[in-house]
Write a protein that binds this ligand. Structure first.
Ligand code: 5RP
Ligand code: MG
Length: 222
């Protein structure tokens, strides 16, 4: 399956996020309400985007850490398809979210955001608990401190794929980074700033799609 293109709306206001999505909504596969936008506007962006895009996958990137089922009821109730949980959350928190996801609809799901010091034992436990999606993340702050994608990242991504996870990659991705991951069955590429802040966001989103087609095949989606 060809990787999906997810755009992260880490805008600091709903009006800016709507201005971004107006330019690219027809090109991308998954709309993410970014953590930064959630902090600014709560769940209202999810409600607005669901009203505008009834058939799109909408991700609420809340990076939840506790009170899993309560947070999940709010995210899915607002119209989210997927939501995120931070990797250091406990298994009952993740399970609480996943149970609400599956009660709400079979397309609903939870993505585990991988930051910091998670272990392979944690990954085994996520699998055993029924979690299937992970987001391999280079943090904004690590990127700002000069961290680039490297061999260690690729080895971990390969191992997560081999374990059977749907692996999404993100963190300051540019079009030139896409080819680094060409040997893996990446589930989604998430790009935020390199699409939203481009001179022409629509062209930037289309160029990401063309680059994905180049390595995973133009006809192989879904
Ligand atoms: C940061 C995030 C961002 O949404 C993700 O990194 C994508 O944004 P960008 O491409 O601008 O880094 O979750 O914590
Ligand atoms: Mg995000």
């Amino acid at each position: 399956m060809k990787p999906k293109l997810q755009v992260a709306l880490d805008n600091t206001s709903l009006s800016q996020a709507l201005e971004s999505i107006r330019q690219i909504g027809h090109v991308i596969d998954v709309i993410e309400v970014g953590t930064i936008l959630h902090v600014a506007e709560g769940l209202e962006p999810v409600r607005c985007l669901r009203a505008l895009y009834p058939d799109k996958i909408i991700l609420a990137d809340i990076k939840g850490a506790d009170a899993g089922s309560l947070l999940a009821k709010q995210c899915y109730g607002a119209g989210a398809t997927w939501m995120t949980v931070i990797c250091c959350a406990e298994i009952p928190t993740m399970k609480g979210m996943l149970d609400v996801a599956k009660e709400t609809g079979k397309d609903r799901d939870v993505q585990i955001e991988l930051y910091g010091d998670w272990t392979w034992e944690h990954a085994e436990n996520w699998k055993k608990a029924g979690l299937s999606q992970v987001v391999y993340h280079r943090s904004r702050d690590a990127q700002a401190a000069g961290k680039n994608w490297g061999e260690e990242d690729l080895n971990k991504i390969g191992k997560l794929c081999d374990m059977g996870f749907k692996v999404t990659v993100t963190g300051g991705l540019t079009i030139d980074d896409i080819k680094l991951f060409k040997d893996f069955p990446i589930y989604c590429f998430i790009a935020g700033r390199s699409i939203r802040n481009a001179d022409n966001p629509e062209m930037a989103a289309k160029s990401f799609k063309t680059e994905i087609d180049k390595y995973w095949g133009a006809d192989s989606n879904e």
